[in-house]
Design a binder for this molecule. Structure first.
Ligand code: ZN
Length: 406
């Protein structure tokens, strides 16, 4: 890929993604293999006025060794120096840029029960940190093709050709053309307009069906809103958390989902695959699930904690989205969630509640924002998806044959 194009992608991630403010710190999370693109992002961050850039390098193989060679107890230790680092980050509120490039199968064979156990052990330390930074800093996820990821998406191509093909797909979905910043301004405006029309309906629930068998009613919060595109931090800084993004989403009311959700695409979760699966909801909870591949992993995820079997997100994406039309399965949620309507099990988003910053965490929970240590998207949308909304004015058809109708 041409360096000038990559540079313009890095600039987009920094200017439109995290939107670094003068004097702000920046944390960049990057796989060690992707140092060239990470380096471009660091430079762009300084050019945008960052006071400092902190690199958080990772390597999937080394992470895997941790689970292979360390005990769950060893992995669950939160050292004082790490606590001090989290305290510092919660005070400084740096932007956080995540570069996603991982191999969808990279964690295959890792003991999911051990991963869940470690996550549960660390959660009491991480939750207060998460609460302290949520909605108070800009963050963004962008993708860069790792070799193994590219080979998974394009198995018929050789390594270099696969990486090039995945670059093409990533840059097209991220609207990196002549003037990416202008393209994002227009895209954000279009998504904001759709949210406005949807919010005006003041929906109480939505009913989703598809030819695969999805037949699900999802209750919505009284003060809930639909969001899409960029968001504002509490300090009023506009940023784009996902590049690309095509979805309009909301946080369902915890405890109010009835029916069955049938997945329309495989789910690649932290290097492990879950395929051909469905979940049945009663009183907002998953009461049964089946999966042809990865049923055990799905079960572990649903049992992560009290809120893991409840919904934390409902999102609408038309089949005319560039990612759906590409026909590719990316095996990466950042892309696949923008190809189709989806739901997420686990944690909901506080900022989908109107004027959320006026309420306490407990009040938001009472209003129906689900709480969990997990948030996992899974796709249910197809070209046969229908969605109607129930509100004060009765029923409104929102979405027919995979396309918006409002
Ligand atoms: Zn989503």
């Amino acid at each position: 890929m041409k360096e000038s194009v990559l540079r313009s992608y890095a600039r987009l991630a920094v200017r439109k993604g995290i939107n670094v403010q003068k004097g702000q710190g920046v944390q960049i999370f990057a796989p060690a293999e992707q140092y060239e693109f990470a380096r471009m992002c660091a430079k762009e961050a300084y050019l945008a006025g960052a006071a400092w850039v902190m690199m958080e390098w990772s390597d999937q193989e080394i992470s895997k060794y941790g689970y292979q060679y360390q005990t769950a107890e060893q992995l669950s230790v939160m050292e004082d120096w790490r606590k001090a680092k989290y305290d510092y980050l919660a005070r400084e509120l740096p932007c956080r840029l995540h570069i996603s490039a991982e191999d969808p199968d990279g964690m295959r064979g890792t003991d999911q029960a051990k991963i869940s156990q470690v996550r549960r052990a660390l959660y009491p330390f991480l939750e207060p940190y998460q609460k302290a930074i949520d909605n108070r800093h800009q963050w963004c996820i962008v993708g860069v093709p790792g070799v193994k990821w590219a080979k998974k998406v394009f198995p018929q191509l050789n390594k270099q050709a696969a990486v090039n093909a995945l670059w093409e797909a990533i840059l097209a979905s991220a609207r990196v053309g002549e003037d990416p910043e202008k393209a994002w301004n227009e895209h954000n405006a279009a998504l904001a307009g759709r949210c406005e029309r949807l919010n005006a309906l003041q929906l109480e629930s939505i009913h989703i069906t598809s030819e695969l068998g999805t037949d699900l009613t999802v209750g919505l919060m009284e003060k809930g809103t639909w969001m899409g595109g960029g968001e504002y931090t509490e300090q009023g800084v506009f940023y784009n958390p996902n590049i690309p993004t095509e979805e309009i989403f909301t946080t369902p009311k915890a405890g109010a989902a009835e029916g069955i959700a049938v997945a329309s695409k495989p789910l690649s979760y932290q290097g492990q695959m879950i395929e051909n699966f469905s979940m049945t909801f009663k009183d907002g909870r998953v009461v049964s699930h089946t999966a042809e591949v990865g049923d055990g992993i799905l079960g572990e995820l649903l049992a992560s904690d009290e809120g893991a079997a409840r919904l934390g997100e409902a999102a609408i994406v038309p089949v005319s989205s560039p990612i759906y039309r590409s026909g590719l399965l990316f095996y990466n949620t950042l892309y696949d969630e923008n190809a189709a309507c989806h739901l997420a099990i686990g944690r909901g988003f506080d900022n989908t509640v109107r004027d959320y910053s006026r309420y306490t965490y407990e009040q938001l929970t009472d209003m129906g924002v689900n709480r969990s240590m997990i948030h996992i998207d899974f796709m249910i949308g197809t070209a046969g998806t229908h969605i109607s909304g129930m509100g004060r004015d009765g029923e409104t058809v929102l979405f027919e044959n995979g396309e918006w109708v409002i």
